[in-house]
Design a binder for this molecule. Structure first.
Ligand SMILES: [Zn+2]
Length: 112
């Protein structure tokens, strides 16, 4: 009877294996979360630039000239663009009035 009590529960090796598996799952989950967050910010930046470019076209059609700055754009049109800066770096978008060109200066987004 006394030997049966010793066989209940987990052995140390079983607990170590279970903890190692949980650790591996947590490490993979954190890496996937970080990558998904980065991709979401990249896509948000691209979306912001697309909205700003559209707003510049609308401004030019209404005023027959390019806006002096991004702040001159219709706030109703660009209200979803948070702070006119890249969500990944908080670097403000650069604007070239002559070319009516807006772009992200954050180096990983330089091709947007
Ligand atoms: Zn960006």
């Amino acid at each position: 009877m006394a030997s049966d009590e010793g066989e209940k529960g987990f052995t140390l090796v079983e607990l170590m294996v279970a903890l190692a598996l949980v650790g591996i799952l947590v490490a993979v989950s954190v890496a996937v979360y970080i990558e998904a967050t980065r991709r979401a910010k990249d896509v948000t930046c691209q979306s912001n630039l697309r909205i700003l470019r559209s707003a510049i076209v609308v401004y030019r059609a209404a005023n027959l000239q390019n806006p002096d700055s991004l702040n001159d754009l219709d706030p109703n049109f660009v209200r979803d663009v948070t702070g006119l800066s890249c969500p990944a770096s908080n670097i403000p978008y650069s604007y070239n009035k002559e070319a009516a060109e807006v772009k992200c200066e954050y180096q990983p987004h330089a091709s947007y």
